[in-house]
Design a protein around this ligand. Sequence first.
Ligand code: S3P
Length: 425
Amino acid sequence: MKINKVSKLSGTITVPADKSITHRSIMLSSIAEGKSYVNNYLQSDDCLMTMNAFKQMGVNIEQKDNSLIIDGVGINGLKNPVKEIYAGNSGTTTRLLSGVLAGQRFSSTITGDESLSKRPMKRVIAPLSLMGADIKAKDNNFLPMTINANGNLKAIDYVSPVASAQVKSCILFAGLYADGTTTVTEPIKSRDHSEKMFKTFGADISVDGLKVIVNHCDKLYAQEVTVPCDISSAAFFIVAGLIVPNSNIKILNVNINKTRDGVLTVLKSMGADIVLDNVRTVSGEDVADIEIRSSKLNSTSFGKEIVPSLIDEIPIIVLAATQAEGQTVISGAKELKVKESDRIHSVASQLNKMGADIQETDDGFIINGPAKLKGATVDSFDDHRIAMMLSIAGLIAEGETEVLKSDCVKISFANFYEVLKQICK
Ligand code: S3P
């Protein structure tokens, strides 16, 4: 994709539905009893992987307009997938699904694309093995991963070394199938969509600080879920609105769940003009319309306490920091190294090609701003969030920016470039 500098951004847009919430609603609806409706679901490659996995295990999933109609088979109604389950690029599919698969009475194997096959799975293999699952993975850590399940999971009390919603949710899914009460305690709270949605579907789940407690479950109940728009997708346009001069944009219907809104906190602390309107609750999640005006930004610093609530937004926050006055230090974000690409390296190396002053550290970045960006040929590393961040950088760079492998935006935001064109003036 080739991008040129623009003079302003204006208009009202919507961004696609939340990826995390879509994955969870497909999974829970599939193992609930009765017909569930998932409205405004995310139509993206990652969520398609989750849908295909459950179809392969005998769940009837129909697509009608913007909704999914899912005929739940009940908690013990999944069928042997027979063939390997292909998870594509999706870490969420793999890690959450492994918790469901560990609770079955059949064996199954998950495979993935080149990037996913390099991402660590020990983080789910370890707790599931403690629960009694027999799991074989390449080097005990990588896909392909075979889960030899026999319907005998033990409840555990797990203290997770990482603040990861994927790990937490994996254990919670397995906990539905385990005998007794399973608990997961995180070092720092990660996104809590699973906790909210488990409760809605009728699971016996509670939260006590950093500990989540789930009981064995015999029955989940079909629901109608309306998925709000994804703050991780909105974040690209929030930052675009701030750094392109003379801009004023509004993004409708965005999920502002407290465990996901770190990007708003950090940008506001940098002086961003961001206003939340029409705050409301939809299907148990907080939602707002977000209005953004171009702003003069100052540097900031943040670390591990806030990182889980903005982990996917760090690439675009780094771009904002390149335009801020002063030095921004981001630490406690080592997890970025095991995302769809090594995001510490991909963000710093590509923005530096455009003239930014960013130093990679072991767990984050040191960014000196403001930097005048210039157009360059940059690489997405086949990582959707890197492709989108670099495209936004192109809007303020002198000359032309060419983003290589920009096609990967379809992992989470298939019409990203159309939405962007809508507001470029
Ligand atoms: C997700 C959790 C996060 C996030 C990912 C989606 C989820 O991953 O980066 O995009 O839906 O649970 P980790 O749990 O690995 O931090």
